[in-house]
Design a protein around this ligand. Structure first.
Ligand SMILES: [Mn+2]
Length: 292
């Protein structure tokens, strides 16, 4: 899907990851790739949006509903959902599906959000109306009631079980919303001062405290543009390749990762698919690939 962003092309993200060999590499790692499914998303050209507060909201809502129900089925079958985006608005579907699964069992979910941005905008406060800047707010039960209630309930996660890593670009209202929300925001400064190992350890405590496990929503723009040039809202001064690997390795080692999604990869802005190839390597680390 690319309906949540203003730059076109994240809808090609899954193709780029497939072309970079993701499926074969997962099998090499010992996984059975049990099923591989696409979700149909209307092309932007075939729709118009007059809602300047939340562009393409009806289409995004319907895609996220479908995604939530498929992710919930995958979880119920005891499998691991690996969701390939797509702009970050799809997280409202993915996380809703995972959260619904645990809610059925009276359990709760932690959420680790890797991103240069806060994604804490809401319709009306967002400077662009692009829904990919709003998913975290809606997962916390704020913003537009329909987007917040995908899968029929809100919030999907408790603020005290949410951690962001990689933060370095916020809109004015977002800064206040993050401070007031109670989520743990770990910025690039935290990584500079303490190192990724200590930052991830703190984030894992937050997302694992009292939860059944945690979902990792991995926005490739959390990485430095020199690592991942193929994304639409690049912000210099980001996470280096080895730091991102360490994050993924710690997630795997924790044994608590329930589900993973990778978003905002834009092959049109990439250089010979290098961003997709590096993203495949990062996914493998999260799935348990180790150097030794
Ligand atoms: Mn994002």
């Amino acid at each position: 899907m690319d309906l949540g962003a203003s730059r076109r092309g994240t809808d090609m993200g899954p193709s780029a990851l497939r072309i970079a060999g993701l499926g074969a590499r997962l099998r090499q790692l010992g996984f059975a790739v049990d099923r591989e499914e696409d979700i149909q998303v209307p092309a932007m050209e075939t729709r118009s949006s007059d809602d300047e507060r939340a562009r393409f909201k009806p289409e995004i809502l319907s895609v996220c509903d479908e995604l939530a129900s498929r992710v919930r089925d995958v979880m119920a079958a005891g499998e691991f959902p690996l969701v390939l985006g797509g702009d970050h608005s799809i997280a409202m579907g993915t996380v809703s599906g995972v959260a619904a699964h645990f809610r059925d069992r009276a359990e709760s979910l932690g959420l680790l959000w890797f991103d240069a941005h806060g994604d804490m905008n809401v319709p009306g406060a967002s400077p662009t109306g692009n829904v990919h800047g709003m998913p975290l707010s809606h997962l916390l039960g704020r913003g537009d009631p329909e987007l917040a209630n995908i899968a029929g309930f809100a919030p999907k996660v408790r603020a005290e079980n949410v951690a962001i890593i990689g933060l370095r670009s916020l809109d004015a209202d977002e800064r206040r919303m993050i401070r007031d929300s109670g989520i743990k925001a770990l910025t690039m400064r935290d990584i500079d001062e303490r190192g990724m190992a200590s930052v991830v350890a703190e984030a894992l405590e937050v997302v694992n405290r009292g939860t059944a496990g945690f979902h990792l929503s991995f926005d490739v723009d959390g990485c430095d543009p020199s690592v991942i040039p193929g994304s639409g809202t690049l912000v210099p001064g980001g996470v280096q390749f080895r730091e991102a690997h360490l994050l993924m390795e710690y997630c795997a080692d924790s044994g608590r990762l329930t589900s993973l999604e990778v978003v905002e990869l834009n092959p049109f802005l990439d250089e010979r698919n290098v961003s997709a190839e590096r993203t495949v390597e990062l996914i493998l680390s999260a799935m348990g690939k180790s150097i030794l």
